[in-house]
Design a protein around this ligand. Structure first.
Ligand code: SAM
Length: 348
């Protein structure tokens, strides 16, 4: 282990943390608001309409976000993902995206969305340079999507998927959080979808995050179990990991499949040793691990009119604090406590 951050941090030569991981990826939660009420993201009170939301002044302005990204890119960040909450519900998001994609040195801007507004915004996103999209969809049945998300939106999301495929977005990834007795009877249907359509269907292990999560040991299904079930359909052919695959292990279900399958295993085979991410929450806090509650208040730094050097210092401090691993299983075992943050604020 090294004793300090090796970074030509002010010179744009890249950022390396204390555990020799190269940090090149920043995830921005644009808002904690969302047009859906997914059962694993909101508390029961919230699903009944009592939403606790950040005030407008709590969010970083677009100017503040752009300033942070410019500094981060000069330090070595090359990839940014917009998430939330639902990023596409923030007002004037397309104008922000256009300014963001014009930042010199930033050649990879992606978005994670529930897909509800993709039919409407897909073309403008594509023209602005956002051509890679992750879409969350936990069921292929209209009624079940309504149960999981609280909104009857399946058809809208499906049209969104067709829109981005027709526009030429690539890759188009479909994120399915597999939950026992909730949607696990659809694992095989999702796998078959990857044979018919040029999508990367990704199975994500359900994570215990915050009070809002309905996670418990019974709803959790491991990647190994998901893969074993899918193997009954045919051979899972491993694909060479591509630049766009992130932490997923990627396979093709049979040689003829139009798309691929990704497996993301934050609990069973965590990928902390390869984690290259920093997060900026919708309240303007820097977070170096999704599952660690420690944060650095970058919003205060920005609002105290600090110089770029102060932003740089905050980013370096976040990298310095990046834990070696999330150790969530151990924490759950020891204290019964999970990560307290809220997915919608942290940015999933
Ligand atoms: N609104 C956008 C969307 O739906 O994709 C972005 C935010 S959402 C929080 C990002 C992703 O986090 C979604 O794919 C969602 O399924 C996933 N997610 C939320 N809570 C989760 C949990 N407890 N375990 C695993 N994935 C979770």
């Amino acid at each position: 282990m090294k004793s300090e951050i090796t970074s030509s941090s002010s010179g744009g030569g890249g950022l390396t943390d204390l555990f020799c991981r190269s940090i090149s990826y920043l995830r921005l939660s644009l808002t904690d608001r969302c047009n859906l009420r997914c059962m694993y993201c909101v508390t029961e009170d919230e699903s009944n309409g009592c939403l606790s939301k950040l005030g407008h002044g709590d969010l970083l302005t677009y100017e503040e976000l752009l300033r942070v990204v410019r500094v981060a890119v000069a330090m070595g960040i090359t990839k940014v993902r917009l998430t939330g909450g639902e990023p596409l519900v923030r007002r004037d998001v397309l104008g922000f995206v256009r300014d963001l994609t014009r930042i010199e040195g930033l050649d990879d801007v992606r978005i994670t969305t529930n897909g509800v507004m993709l039919e409407r915004y897909g073309r403008e996103l594509y023209e602005a340079g956002v051509t890679k999209v992750n879409i969350s969809l936990d069921s292929l049945h209209r009624e079940r999507v309504a149960e999981i998300t609280g909104v009857d939106c399946f058809e809208q999301v499906w049209r969104g998927i067709e829109t981005v495929l027709a526009l030429g977005f690539s890759p188009v990834k479909l994120n399915m959080v597999a939950m026992r007795k909730i949607n696990d009877d659809e694992i095989l249907d999702f796998a078959r979808l990857s044979q018919r359509m040029p999508l990367q269907v990704r199975f994500i292990e359900f994570m215990p995050i915050g009070a809002s999560s309905r996670w418990n040991a019974d709803t959790y299904i491991s990647t190994d179990e998901i893969m074993a079930r899918i193997s009954t359909l045919g051979e899972l052919l491993p694909l060479q990991k591509g630049r766009h695959d992130g932490p997923a292990q990627v396979f093709r279900l049979g040689a003829e499949a139009a798309g691929s399958l990704g497996f993301i295993s934050p609990l069973s085979h965590h990928f902390c040793d390869r984690c290259n991410r920093l997060r900026l929450t919708s309240a303007g806090a820097l977070r170096s691990c999704l599952l660690h509650d420690e944060e650095i208040d970058l919003r205060s730094v920005l609002r105290q009119q600090g110089p770029d050097a102060a932003i740089r210092e905050a980013l370096l401090a976040a990298i310095r604090n990046k834990p070696q691993g999330h150790q969530l299983e151990e924490r759950l075992r020891r204290t019964g406590s999970d990560c307290h943050g809220r997915m919608s604020r942290i940015g999933g």
